[in-house]
Design a protein around this ligand. Structure first.
Ligand code: GCU
Length: 673
């Protein structure tokens, strides 16, 4: 339950050293609610680690932590360079004031002080030296938002960690204290917003009853630097307003939304704005009225603009009419709209062109819409990666996408830099993560799933962060700073993503999960109503070969990438093996660069995936006694499930490929269970 904020008592020696620098707190004369949170967290964290009461007041003595905004600095005559920290950045510095050793957390704004306080606590928890601290950090993205796919009935779409944490029944009168811990956890990793309800939105969330509930949540999250947002159902003017249209160009519709926005802001003055899934998977949208996505988004944007709100408009669209290649549709619809969105609209684009697969190449819209702020949408909940049970650290997946070079603005124009807004005049930047949080005791269904929540916050703060460094931080905070434990846990985490790719969808395969639940294998499924829902549509396996031809001889989706990228993906000599079957349809006997046939290589990948899971199991067992029994046992049990299911994936996939290709796995290849 405590996540990475454990604050266990330090050894006497370490506690003594920390107390020299951090044993009391002072700050602004009249602390705001956010600064009060920083103080209470320091009291809780230092109090736990030093096992004593931590006084907060006006006095400065040896070992005081000073929360220093510009006026505190002026009062104390310190002058630390804050100019490039923005409103949310911070600086940590060990100093001597009047001969007393102190620690200064300096920032321009309250949020910066809060984030700096957490950074100090993290530093201490990780056992790092605190005598000569000199660190600075500022977020590279403004909106760092969790998208909860939570329904008003308490269920969570694609949620694998219990029910929704929003207690809609008892709100607004009773707010579960758990929400404070949720806010603390988010603040500790720099997350500053939450979309409360599912993108497949119910219009009910915009009724006065639910606005009052959302307001109570907003009141709870605000002291931790977080804003709330709502998913808006585009047809709400019909369902709630009694209008007979939701046409965005109809003045009555625009007026309805404006009044709705005014009503929300009357209860939630810092309401963040709307997230919209429109004309996607059956959701209503502007195209129902032959209007464009931009016309729809801009109408909503005008409603929230007077209050400083924004609209996050999703680019996750694919239509039933044109199913030649689902991967092409978002680009085809949105690229022509570049430059037509209002200033307070961001386009929220999933990391890949299909749907949160274990591996996808980066979405071709990144870099292709320089006049539009694109925000990244990652999925923290592992819908297609073994859900709650499989141990998969998503840091490497996200890093791989963020590091990808779009080649749109010369070399080095990575996806990370695109979302940081380096190439356009627009001002908004952001990253959204589909939350993996529920009311389970461990919040995320497993201990290791907590790492994905943590890593998302870090990547949103700095999209150029290293997945490996984040894993080290998380492991030290979660299991204590012990080198041997950290090494083993790090090793497990860093192989885990490649393992799941290997046993589920190696060599660029995608969307092979069984229908609906997306959990186990289903590469044979081909009879669903819409072609692009069928795994067989993606693998195209038959007796001659396997893979989706997206080159010029096929769907030509590669033409949506910048020419040098298209050239690389299109060229069999250059395309990375990991993306091979995403872009090419190849004979089973195609010779890989390794000299193996494609068939043999596929077999090897499935088996390697199984062996990687077995290795993780052995590594985890080697930590017995180093990890508390409860967390040890649950992870060990889940790894056993994962091993069984990795074999299930291998066997089901290989048997199916055998049945279509006429090939056989060679003697000695594991027999299906
Ligand atoms: C996936 C997921 C859906 C979700 C959709 C979305 O397709 O399976 O549950 O609604 O993504 O992102 O809108």
């Amino acid at each position: 339950y405590r996540l990475w904020l454990r604050y266990d008592a330090l050894s006497a020696q370490r506690a003594g050293a920390v107390a020299q620098r951090a044993a009391s707190i002072t700050g602004p004369d009249r602390p705001s609610a956010v600064v009060a949170s920083a103080i209470s967290e320091l009291q809780r964290g230092l109090g736990g680690m030093l096992a004593r009461e931590i006084p907060a007041g006006t006095q400065i003595s040896a070992g005081t932590v000073i929360l220093a905004n510009p006026s505190v600095q002026a009062r104390l005559g310190i002058d630390l360079p804050l100019s490039d920290l923005g409103a949310e950045g911070y600086l940590l510095r060990s100093m001597t004031l009047d001969g007393k050793p102190v620690t200064v957390v300096a920032a321009n704004g309250d949020a910066g002080l809060l984030y700096g306080a957490f950074a100090l606590l993290e530093h201490i928890q990780r056992g790092l030296p605190i005598d000569e601290m000199n660190m600075r950090s500022a977020p590279k993205l403004q909106l760092r938002v969790l998208d909860h796919w939570d329904n008003l009935d308490g269920s969570v779409e694609r949620g694998y960690a219990g029910q929704s944490i929003w207690n809609w029944w008892t709100l607004p009168e009773h707010v579960d204290p758990r929400l404070v811990d949720y806010a603390r956890a988010n603040a500790s990793i720099g997350i500053n917003g939450a979309v409360l309800n599912n993108v497949n939105a119910s219009a009910l969330s915009l009724t006065p009853r639910y606005i009052a509930k959302a307001a109570a949540i907003a009141d709870t999250l605000r002291p931790w630097g977080m804003k709330v947002y709502l998913s808006a159902r585009f047809s709400a003017p019909i369902e709630l307003g009694g209008l007979d249209t939701a046409d965005p160009l109809d003045p009555e519709v625009a007026a309805w939304w404006k009044a709705k926005a005014d009503e929300i802001y009357a209860s939630i003055p810092d309401f963040g704005g709307f997230l919209v899934k429109a004309n996607s998977e059956g959701q209503p949208g502007p195209q129902d009225y032959h209007r464009s996505h931009a016309e729809g988004a801009n109408m909503l944007a005008a409603a929230v603009a007077p209050h400083g709100g924004i609209v996050m408009w999703r680019a996750f669209v694919y239509s039933a009419e044109d199913a030649t290649d689902r991967a092409k549709q978002a680009y085809a619809e949105f690229k022509p709209l570049d430059g037509t969105f209002a200033d307070n609209v961001l386009l929220q684009v999933k990391n890949g062109p299909i749907d949160f697969q274990p591996r996808e190449p980066f979405h071709p819209l990144f870099g292709a819409m320089p006049e539009t702020p694109l925000m990244m949408e990652f999925q923290i909940t592992k819908e297609y990666l073994g859900q709650a049970t499989h141990l998969v650290y998503l840091g490497p997946l996200w890093e791989e996408v963020l590091e990808a070079d779009t080649r749109r603005h010369g070399e080095g124009a990575t996806v990370a830099k695109v979302i940081e807004g380096r190439y356009g005049a627009h001002k908004l930047t952001g990253m959204a993560g589909v939350a993996n949080i529920g009311d389970d005791r461990d919040w995320t269904g497993s201990t290791f799933n907590q790492a994905n929540w943590f890593a998302f916050g870090r990547m949103a703060w700095n999209p150029q962060s290293s997945a490996r460094n984040i894993a080290v931080e998380w492991a030290e905070l979660t299991f204590g700073p012990r080198d041997d434990v950290t090494r083993t846990v790090l090793d497990m985490m860093m192989t885990s993503r490649e393992a799941v790719v290997n046993y589920m969808t190696p060599l660029g395969l995608a969307h092979q999960m069984a229908t609906g639940h997306h959990y186990g294998p289903g590469p044979w499924v081909s009879d669903l109503g819409r072609p692009e829902w069928n795994p067989a549509y993606y693998n195209r396996a038959d007796k001659d070969g396997i893979g989706f031809d997206r080159t010029a001889s096929g769907s030509n989706a590669i033409a949506q990438y910048a020419p040098p990228v298209a050239k690389e993906f299109g060229d069999l000599a250059a395309v990375p093996d990991r993306d091979l079957l995403w872009f090419h349809h190849l004979a089973w006997d195609y010779r890989m660069r390794s000299g193996e046939t494609l068939w043999q290589s596929l077999l090897d990948h499935y088996q390697t995936g199984v062996e990687q899971v077995q290795a993780m199991e052995r590594q985890w067992q080697s930590l017995k006694g180093d990890i508390d029994p409860r967390r040890f046992a649950k992870t060990a049990d889940f790894l056993r499930i994962q091993e069984k299911e990795a074999k299930w994936w291998r066997d089901a996939s290989v048997l199916y490929w055998e049945s279509v290709s006429g090939k056989r796995a060679p003697e000695g290849y594991p027999e299906p269970a």
